[in-house]
Unconditional design. Structure first.
Length: 247
């Protein structure tokens, strides 16, 4: 005998990519949702804060999608902009500022090997990137963060950052979404490392970011349902030694 037709079955929570209700047998310290039919356990935040940050934009399509999702959830984030990208797409930079988000210098062109090329080259990467971000943003917009591509901090980078009075924006929760491991993997990696004060690294630019956008759509619902409060990443002044330590 044939079972019920799958066409007549109503989708279960999470099959649409949105979290379902908490499972009745879940631990009091775990919120359980479902993402495309897979169970996802999220540690409860109990009101603790965490932050989202987005690298390598602005980027056609994906940056606007990320901005729309953040606006729907009334969440503010830090966007780490590649200077050349900001210069090419100033309208997206202005949208980020209009949405209440904070901007971060992410170098001129994301050269992962800049530290090997001498102080003058690093200075140009940081200063040109900063100038291009400021030039794309509305006049008077403050840019006070710097994030080193790849987290490869070294004394040259720290010196250039300090010369422009920028605060290092580091991260604690890296799902490696840039490698496109699948939206479910991105979700599971993010929630596995959630902790009070977590700074989540994601990407809105640098390539096809459809997986990151899909994961973010679930994560914004899930973390708030689990009792986390997304806030702008805090400014932290690190010692030269701490700032130069690779992440």
């Amino acid at each position: 005998m044939q079972g019920p037709s799958s066409a007549a079955r109503s989708p279960t929570p999470g099959e649409t990519g949105r979290p379902g209700p908490a499972h009745p047998s879940a631990s009091p310290d775990v919120w359980v949702g479902h993402f495309h039919g897979h169970r996802v356990e999220v540690p409860r935040g109990h009101g603790a804060t965490m932050s989202f940050t987005f690298d390598d934009g602005p980027w056609p399509g994906s940056t606007s999608q990320v901005l729309a999702l953040l606006a729907q959830h009334h969440v503010h984030a830090v966007f780490c902009l590649i200077g050349d990208q900001a210069q090419a797409r100033p309208s997206l930079v202005r949208q980020e500022v209009a949405g209440g988000h904070e901007l971060c210098d992410h170098s001129r062109d994301h050269d992962l090997l800049m530290g090997r090329k001498g102080q003058a080259y690093v200075d140009a990467e940081v200063s040109t990137g900063l100038a291009e971000v400021r030039g794309a943003a509305p006049k008077g917009t403050k840019v006070t963060f710097y994030r080193q591509p790849g987290g490869t901090w070294d004394p040259h980078v720290v010196r250039a950052m300090d010369d422009h009075d920028l605060d290092p924006l580091r991260w604690s929760d890296d799902p490696r979404d840039w490698s496109r491991p699948g939206s479910l993997t991105i979700v599971r990696r993010v929630v596995a490392k959630l902790h009070p004060g977590a700074v989540v690294l994601m990407h809105d630019g640098g390539g096809d970011r459809s997986e990151s956008v899909e994961a973010l759509r679930f994560l914004l619902d899930a973390v708030t349902a689990a009792g986390w409060v997304p806030v702008l990443a805090p400014h932290v002044h690190l010692s030269d030694k701490a700032a130069a330590k690779p992440q």
